[in-house]
Design a protein around this ligand. Structure first.
Ligand SMILES: Cc1cc2nc3c(=O)[nH]c(=O)nc-3n(C[C@H](O)[C@H](O)[C@H](O)COP(=O)(O)O)c2cc1C
Length: 180
C-alpha cells in the first residue's frame, strides 16, 4: 500500500513537472486577439501549461479601420464607448470544449481600459460558474485591474481567481510563477 501511495505521488509530481504548473489537466486557454499580441501570449501560456488553446473568432473580423481608436465612429469606439455596454459581437466558431474544462485561462487585449465586448459574448455563451477563471491581457500600458473589476461586477457568480498583464518580454518562467 505504501509503495502504491509513493508511486501515485511520484506520478503526480512528474505530471506537474511536465505541465509546468499546478493547473488541472482539463485547462483551456481561451483568447481573443485582433492583431496577434494576445495570441502570442496565449500560445506561450498553452505551451507552458500543456493546455489546449482556443481562439475566439469574431463573425465579422475587425479591420484596421474598425480598430482605429482615434475615430470616435469606428466600430470599436462604438462597441466600447456606447452608453449601455450592451453590444455583444457575434462569435463565429464553436467554443463548446470550454464546457468540459474546470479551469479557463481567458485572454484579451485591453480596449478603452477594459475587456473587448466579445469577451462578454463568450462569457454569456456558456456557463462558466464552477470553473476557475484566470484572466490575462496585453495592452499598450493599461493594467488588467479595471477589466477584472468590470468582469467581476458583470458576472458575480463566476470565479475569477487571478489576473495578469503580459508584456512582450514575458517568458515561460513568468507564466509558471503566475499559475503555480
Ligand atoms: C480599439 C482599441 C483600444 C485600445 N485601448 C487601449 C487602452 O485603453 N489601453 C492600452 O494600454 N492599450 C489599448 N489598446 C492597445 C491594445 O490593448 C494592445 O495593442 C494589445 O496588445 C492588442 O492585442 P491584440 O494584438 O491581441 O489585438 C487599444 C487598442 C485598440 C485597437
Amino acid at each position: 500500500m505504501k509503495l502504491k501511495n509513493h508511486l501515485i505521488k511520484l506520478c503526480c509530481a512528474a505530471a506537474l513537472c511536465l505541465s509546468g504548473s499546478a493547473l488541472a489537466a482539463d485547462t483551456v486557454v481561451l483568447y481573443f486577439s485582433a492583431s496577434g499580441n494576445t495570441q502570442a501570449v496565449a500560445e506561450l501560456i498553452a505551451r507552458t501549461v500543456n493546455a489546449e488553446s482556443l481562439a475566439i473568432t469574431p463573425q465579422e473580423p475587425y479591420t484596421a479601420a474598425d480598430l482605429n481608436w482615434h475615430d470616435e465612429k469606428s466600430r470599436t469606439s462604438i462597441e466600447m464607448k456606447g452608453s449601455d455596454n450592451k453590444v455583444r459581437p457575434a462569435i463565429a466558431n464553436d467554443l463548446s470544449t470550454v464546457k468540459d474544462a474546470s479551469t479557463v485561462v481567458l485572454g484579451f487585449p485591453i480596449w478603452w481600459g477594459t475587456a473587448p465586448r466579445i469577451i462578454n459574448t463568450a462569457l454569456e455563451s456558456y456557463d462558466f460558474s464552477g470553473k476557475k477563471i484566470y484572466i490575462f491581457c496585453t495592452s499598450g500600458g493599461s493594467g488588467v485591474e479595471q477589466s477584472l473589476a468590470d468582469l467581476k461586477a458583470a458576472y458575480p457568480n463566476y470565479n475569477f481567481v487571478a489576473a495578469r498583464r503580459f508584456n512582450f518580454g514575458d517568458t515561460t518562467d513568468n507564466v509558471k510563477s503566475w499559475l503555480k
